[in-house]
Design a protein around this ligand. Sequence first.
Ligand SMILES: [Zn+2]
Length: 263
Amino acid sequence: MNAQENSVKKRYLLFQNMAKKAGKKILDLIYPPICVHCNAPVVSSDSLCAKCWSELRPISDPICPVLGLPFGVSLGANALSAQAIANPPEFDRARSAFIYGDVTHSIISKFKYGDKPELAKFCALTMGSALAQMFEDNPILLPVPLHKKRQRQRRYNQATELAKELGKIKDLQVVLDLVERVRETKQQVGLSAKQREKNVAGAFEVKSDLIAIKQSQRIVIVDDVMTTGATLNSLTKTLKKAGYKKIDVISFARVVKDGEYPI
Ligand SMILES: [Zn+2]
């Protein structure tokens, strides 16, 4: 590209940026931004009002060092949760930014099924600061893949949008074509932990011809919500079979409940 073409391109990009900003301002006048959960007016779109912010329940220490489940009281630095002892997961560590509740339910439903991929930014920003220690050794981010058919129906994969935003915030590589969801699985809603495990067994396949990631590299699997961890476990198992050893999982919200799972 010569100097003249370069300057034309720069001016075009500047114009495009200004038009985008102006467009957003006009849209904000026609449709003033509202809280994702309760529809109260807010300053910027795709965010929460102060009241809903205060209702979010961040997961903080003390937690199970493996499953990331919050403990009511501290049981000592290396104490594991009963779940981690009874069913040790395939992955090294799981961490989530928030306990799944009414507000996170609204955000996730709109993000996942409401054709609002722009909510990825809000979720990634909160995950980026709440889960900072998970990004310390420059891992590669891997979104949980959707089956092709489901992705066509939903238009986008929410986990991919989340991983891309996190990648931008944390300056990390995101891999989209390492793993494929080869089997269409039933929706997990209404299934028990055991049924979920069976439902997602063998659902993923590492595309061996595309492996360009060092097997010593830490991989952080990204998802919007973690329920029993069955899908994340199945995906980790597939990665381990392909030789990857260091695998963590992160999500925006986490269902902290025994027995029935709401999603
Ligand atoms: Zn609100």
